[in-house]
Design a protein around this ligand. Structure first.
Ligand code: MN
Ligand code: MN
Length: 313
């Protein structure tokens, strides 16, 4: 998750010391275990908040911290939905469910996603996302241009009769950064950036039906947030909330659910709203496929080594 529609130019360190690599690997190992458990856990009609909270609890029980809220995105929603507080939405019958989760260990982020398919009609769509990811993993090499990697992903998807989402990309990850540095496109595009030896990337093809537009737009809802800047607010509870956010999540995304009990419940809503209005925090709207066609996704985080990559998740 946390795919930027606009590229952020941040120069990231592209090689890490032994300690950092150890943390990346352990972060990925925790995430892999949680993903496999959550795949078996998700069922039709289940409350979405139960999926989010189960995934986040498993991450903590295994010694990690969520790098961002667990995303549960249904059908035409490609990404960025997490349950708001007291969410009563359920996993619809016959739906295509993307569960996207992240772990950080002292800031070292890994990111993975899986599509759970409750509709036999979309099985091959979900399978194509997995195949596109596998092809990307098999082909990624140091010094490869990101545009040729995008072309390989696009070709795999189109050869199976489907369409990539062209404005969602994979991304480099870093310390306390889910999305920064280089983007990894899912289509061939003009770009001069290259895959770097020692860097860590999340690869994540998104696939939709051939008659879809194949792009996402921002939806109405936003349930994921991030700290932007310290601001002095008149509201004492807004101030308290912001302090908690800054100390606990730093530059990583968070859910409003995670703020339960920080300020008295009767003052929470107003304080939270004030932080949004004064731009101390920002929100990430959900991404919806423009023609409202179902979207499948598969994602792994990889470390670039001499002869290819090591899958961390
Ligand atoms: Mn993700
Ligand atoms: Mn990602």
């Amino acid at each position: 998750m946390l795919l930027a529609l606009i590229k952020i130019s941040v120069t990231l360190m592209s090689s890490y010391d032994k300690e950092a690599l150890k943390k990346f690997r352990l972060s990925g190992k925790i995430l892999r275990k949680v993903r496999e458990e959550i795949k078996k856990f998700v069922q039709e009609d289940m409350l979405m908040i139960d999926v989010c909270e189960k995934a986040e609890k498993l991450i903590r029980e295994n010694g990690g911290k969520p790098a961002f809220p667990c995303n549960v995105s249904i059908n035409e929603i490609a990404a960025h939905y997490t349950s708001p507080p007291n969410d009563n939405k359920r996993i619809p019958k016959k739906s295509l469910v993307k569960v996207d989760i992240g772990v950080h260990l002292d800031g070292y982020v890994t990111d993975t996603a899986v599509t759970i398919c409750f509709n036999p009609e979309y099985r091959s769509l979900a399978e194509t996302a997995k195949q596109a990811l596998k092809t990307a993993i098999d082909n990624i090499r140091p010094e490869m241009s990101t545009s040729s990697l995008g072309a390989i992903i696009e070709k795999t998807i189109k050869s199976r009769g489907f369409k990539p989402i062209s404005n969602l990309t994979g991304h480099q990850v870093g310390k306390y950064l889910v999305h920064a540095g280089t983007s990894i496109p899912n289509v061939s595009q003009l770009s001069f950036s290259k895959v770097k030896l020692g860097a860590v990337y999340a690869l994540e093809p998104f696939v939709t039906l051939p008659d879809a537009v194949g792009r996402v737009e921002n939806g109405e809802e936003a349930t994921i947030f991030r700290f932007l800047r310290s601001k002095s607010t008149k509201d004492v509870y807004a101030k308290q909330l912001l302090k908690y956010i800054e100390e606990n999540f730093r530059t990583l995304p968070f859910a409003e659910r995670w703020l339960r009990g920080v300020v008295p419940p009767e003052y929470h809503k107003k304080a939270f709203q004030e932080l949004l209005v004064c731009k101390a925090i920002m929100s990430y709207p959900i991404f919806v496929e423009i023609s409202r066609k179902p979207v499948a996704q598969a994602e792994h985080t990889v470390l670039i080594v001499e002869d290819g990559c090591e899958v961390l998740t």
